[in-house]
Write a protein that binds this ligand. Structure first.
Ligand SMILES: Cc1cc2nc3c(=O)[nH]c(=O)nc-3n(C[C@H](O)[C@H](O)[C@H](O)COP(=O)(O)OP(=O)(O)OC[C@H]3O[C@@H](n4cnc5c(N)ncnc54)[C@H](O)[C@@H]3O)c2cc1C
Ligand code: SF4
Length: 473
């Protein structure tokens, strides 16, 4: 039954640690709402006949249903509904851009239901109450599956296949499990103990994790082929886009991922050869996206003197316009928690040259505008500026997967460098090899990686069942 919470209650966000305090460390800084407040927030859900939120969630999370369970104080039911579609709500509840909230019907004329935070609190309550326990499943099959890469796609795929009774081994080239959850996304958005807590459960449920195992370097594709009944490649898409300008070879210019990986490793006391410091420096971040925002938060925590973020595109509108009518995702002006912590932002600006002797000292920029007819940017006259800069971080996106094996193994890539795999069954050009997540679709989101991991596991299951039937004939 619909409870008219949307009339009674306004949206309430969890409180955040004050900026000066949170900048002293790299930890998460968002509190949890009280149970009563969370129930009121769930009561704001209107239980719409057509829940647009549900169809905007790539996982198809059953949002009105878990809201209703929270509202009834039935935490176990809310948890069970949530994990029926999402293997790792503790990740999405923290870092999903929540396209669901952009399509919430309440969002037409007021703040949408705070779906992402409700998701986070349901799973945290489930851990607290002991609902999230390893369930040892009997191995129903003697089929062996290798999952290459332990980001959210690999973990979701391995989890689903393990639950289906297969013998699953995850190969990971890095020191620890988690992919970009571990070494890309900063601790202040996702503390690594949250990943450790989940990996421990997956291990206890029988998944075999092997770290420092790079396929193509430590183990060949041929060996995987001979030892496993199916192989899933979930190797991400982390080759960064570069910017080729005069002065690019000056020191003090780095890729965002190197900077963020280094800080994540330092936080986790993992040895790193990378040494990039923002302390007392004028930092310029090229790229107005989420990776850029993560660089701002990390630079401020390291004690930067100033931080400036530059973006090619014009400043987004404050409100939806005709190009993003409800229930579409609203690409409106956003201020992330990292922006709030202190930085300048400029839009419609293009870097032209990096200036300095050994180290970068200035970025030469020019203001630009968009020519709708020619569909290209053009520079504005007399708009050149020299911006002081001792550390420049390039955060303009990712090009393609870093493949440690080449095409002699007949695993074809698409023209954009991603692994070519069928959109429906995730099969690559090589028999019994599958691919999902960023390595198939290009750099995307955690929620999409989990979705593809789940769907790919289903496809592997169908493939192995069919093989079994053919063998039994
Ligand atoms: C800085 C940053 C911030 C981000 N913030 C967000 C966010 O806030 N919200 C969000 O939804 N998304 C965010 N993303 C995107 C998100 O992290 C990715 O879309 C997601 O992690 C993709 O998952 P995946 O499993 O496909 O790949 P990945 O997470 O990249 O995992 C791939 C794994 O494969 C391993 N691997 C690669 N090659 C081999 C090999 N040959 N052998 C063995 N292992 C191998 C890698 O070491 C890695 O562990 C962010 C990305 C970055 C870089
Ligand atoms: S996973 Fe993301 S889109 Fe789906 S319900 Fe959670 S916050 Fe919304």
């Amino acid at each position: 039954m619909v409870k008219p919470g949307f009339i009674k209650y306004k949206k309430k966000n969890p409180s955040l640690t004050k900026v000066d305090k949170r900048l002293k460390n790299h930890s998460e800084f968002q509190s949890l709402l009280s149970d009563n407040d969370l129930r009121n927030q769930s009561d704001r859900c209107m239980d719409c006949g057509t829940p647009f939120c549900h169809s905007s969630c790539p996982l198809g999370n059953m949002i009105p249903e878990f809201n209703s369970a929270v509202s009834d104080n039935n935490w176990r039911e809310a948890y069970e509904i949530l994990v029926s579609t999402n293997n790792f709500p503790e990740f999405t509840g923290r870092i999903c851009p929540a396209p669901c909230e952009h399509s919430c019907v309440l969002g037409i004329n007021q703040d949408p239901v705070s779906i992402e935070n409700i998701e986070k609190q349901v799973i945290e309550k489930a851990f607290l109450k002991g609902y999230v326990k390893p369930t040892k499943k009997k191995k129903l099959s003697n089929k062996k599956i290798a999952v290459v890469g332990s980001g959210p796609a690999g973990l979701a795929c391995a989890d689903q296949l393990n639950k289906n009774g297969y013998q699953v081994t995850v190969y990971e080239k890095d020191e620890k499990i988690g992919g970009l959850l571990r070494f890309g996304i900063p601790d202040f958005k996702l503390e690594k103990k949250i990943i450790d807590r989940r990996v421990k459960i997956l291990e206890e449920e029988g998944i075999n994790f092997l770290t420092k195992m790079c396929i193509g370097e430590n183990i060949s594709i041929e060996r995987l082929d001979s030892e496993y009944d199916a192989i899933v490649l979930c190797v991400g898409s982390t080759v960064p886009k570069d910017i080729v300008l005069e002065g690019r070879n000056l020191s003090g210019i780095h890729f965002a991922m190197d900077f963020l990986t280094m800080q994540n490793k330092i936080n986790s006391k993992i040895k790193t050869d990378i040494d990039i410091s923002a302390k007392d420096k004028n930092v310029v971040v090229l790229g107005g996206g989420d990776t850029g925002s993560d660089c701002i938060g990390t630079s401020n925590r390291q004690g930067a003197k100033s931080v400036l973020q530059l973006e090619l595109l014009p400043r987004p509108p404050l409100e939806r316009d005709d190009s993003m009518m409800w229930p579409l995702f609203a690409s409106t002006f956003k201020t992330s928690s990292s922006h709030e912590e202190g930085c300048d932002r400029k839009w419609g600006v293009m870097a032209k040259e990096f200036v300095g002797n050994d180290n970068i000292e200035f970025v030469k920029t020019v203001d630009i505008s968009w020519d709708k007819d020619k569909k290209s940017f053009y520079p504005l006259k007399n708009s050149e500026k020299l911006i002081p800069c001792d550390l420049l971080l390039i955060a303009i996106g990712y090009e393609k997967p870093n493949l440690f094996f080449d095409d002699q193994y007949s695993i074809e890539t698409s023209s954009d460098g991603t692994i070519r795999a069928n959109e429906k069954n995730y099969l690559t050009s090589r028999k019994k090899f599958f691919s999902c997540g960023d390595s198939r679709r290009g750099q995307s989101l955690v929620v999409w990686a989990i979705k593809e991991g789940r769907d790919c596991a289903h496809s592997v299951h169908k493939f192995l069942k069919k093989k079994q039937l053919t063998q039994n004939d």
